[in-house]
Design a protein around this ligand. Structure first.
Ligand SMILES: [Zn+2]
Length: 357
């Protein structure tokens, strides 16, 4: 073999390597999430650099998902597994991960992301959790994605992990995250206020319960829009929910949950507990019973007949109802349904204007 031929051969091998490398880099990451809400967030920050599938559907109870063999097949090909954590998936995740035989996505590996790590948590038990407390999660209430501030934190966690797994596309993930963050902040506070003060400052004020005093002082109250403006007239109201899944949302907007139709988390309503709930509603003039579409309406309707409270069926996950097409649309839906039911028609208009802009 002469020298020039050797060089040519080496160059062509090198060329093939380069080509192989480029095609590998261009291939999107395969991501599997446990819930469709997580899938929506991965799509928002991953864009065309990811291919995402969700184990659970929006109209399914996320506590009870069957560990089907098809999910193990799906997980086998995943570069990244994303879960809600806080034991929400405790009934099925282990079986799917074991069945997948995919070492990349085992707990503790870079291909396994638990997005609960940095979120704001509620109802973290201080004492010992026992069986007779019902389905109480010892790490706290896992329905945290319904706080839009947590949605923001979750999206950032996802963007960071995607960048770690696919450093070539890190800039794209950071850019997508920024766009999502801006969209979420504008939906929350209205675009004008975000342009004036910036999202970070608005959230910091919101967290310290100083948003309204600050806006009044700086004569910016009139610029407040979005979910925050729509929910403002409802602050201080109490609602009843089927399951302990709405506390993160009500807490963020200054509402409260007076009680649940379930006597304990995950335990179906009993006659005795419903009788107590009826008394509670009458005593406090509570106007709304809120539940997800996957629950039976029977108990809620029974309470409605005896109290006159409205039953509001609303998705708590992306895909749970047709309007909940992505994370931001899910929040729009919850804000609009509660505004309608709790009687603040003017506020609703403000929210949809902010959305249209
Ligand atoms: Zn739950």
């Amino acid at each position: 073999m002469n020298t020039s031929f050797k060089i040519a051969a080496a160059a062509s091998v090198l060329g093939l390597w380069l080509l192989a490398d480029i095609s590998r880099a261009a291939e999107p990451l395969t991501v599997v999430t446990t819930t469709p809400t997580l899938k929506s967030l991965v799509e928002a920050v991953g864009g065309d650099k990811v291919k995402v599938a969700s184990i659970g559907a929006g109209d399914e109870d996320p506590h009870f998902i069957q560990a089907k063999p098809s999910f193990m097949v799906l997980a086998r090909k995943a570069d990244l597994w994303v879960r809600v954590g806080m034991e929400l998936e405790i009934g099925y995740e282990g079986l799917i991960l074991d069945g997948s035989r995919n070492g990349k996505i085992r707990v503790g590996q870079p291909g396994h992301l638990d997005v609960s790590e940095k979120v704001i948590k509620l109802e973290v038990p201080t004492g010992k959790v026992t069986r007779d407390m019902g389905d109480v999660h010892p790490l706290g209430n896992p329905h945290y994605w319904l706080d839009p501030l947590n949605g923001r934190i979750m999206a950032r966690e996802i963007a960071d992990r995607l960048a770690q797994l696919d450093p070539n596309d890190a800039a794209a993930f950071a850019q997508n995250y920024k766009a999502f963050e801006k969209a979420l902040d504008e939906r929350m506070f209205g675009p004008e206020l975000v342009a004036t003060l910036g999202g970070d400052k608005l959230w910091a004020l919101q967290l310290r319960h100083q948003l309204l005093p600050y806006l009044d002082e700086s004569k910016l109250r009139g610029k407040l829009g979005g979910w925050q403006a729509a929910m403002l007239p409802l602050a201080g109201q109490s609602i009843i929910t089927q399951h302990k899944s709405w506390g993160y949302f009500t807490n963020r907007f200054g509402l409260s949950v007076a009680g649940e139709l379930e006597p304990k988390p995950g335990i179906p309503p009993t006659a005795a507990h419903l009788a107590e709930t009826i008394e509670l509603i009458k005593r406090n003039g509570i106007k709304v019973i809120l539940l997800e579409p996957f629950y039976e309406r029977k108990a809620a309707d029974n309470v409605r007949q005896k109290t006159g409270a409205k039953v509001v069926v609303c998705a708590s996950a992306v895909g749970g109802q047709k309007e909940a097409t992505d994370y931001l649309a899910l929040m729009d839906l919850i804000v609009n349904k509660l505004s309608d039911a709790l009687g603040a028609p003017a506020a609703r208009a403000t929210a949809s204007q902010a959305t249209l802009r």
